[in-house]
Design a protein. Sequence first.
Length: 103
Amino acid sequence: MNFPLFRNKQSGFMEPVKSYYSDEYAQEHCDLYLSDELHEEGKKHNLIKYYRLHAKSPHSEDMALAYEIKCPKCGGILKQVGRTLDYNTLGLYKCTKCGNGAK
């Protein structure tokens, strides 16, 4: 699922909005958006949900780190836990509150 991001002018945080946008549509029409990613972790191969930040225009590492983003699931604050892959595929994020556990 993809979540377009909009800046909340009162709080300064980027707010995700639930959408049914395809990856192609989100890439073409959203300046910033999150996509969910599942990763297997641990000996029991638990699935953990993370969010990947994507940008329409190229971003440097510093630009990508400047965003404060709320969790689409609980509204907590997302923390970057994975590196930027390229200029448009930015950091991997996990929620500090709910952990985005998808077991």
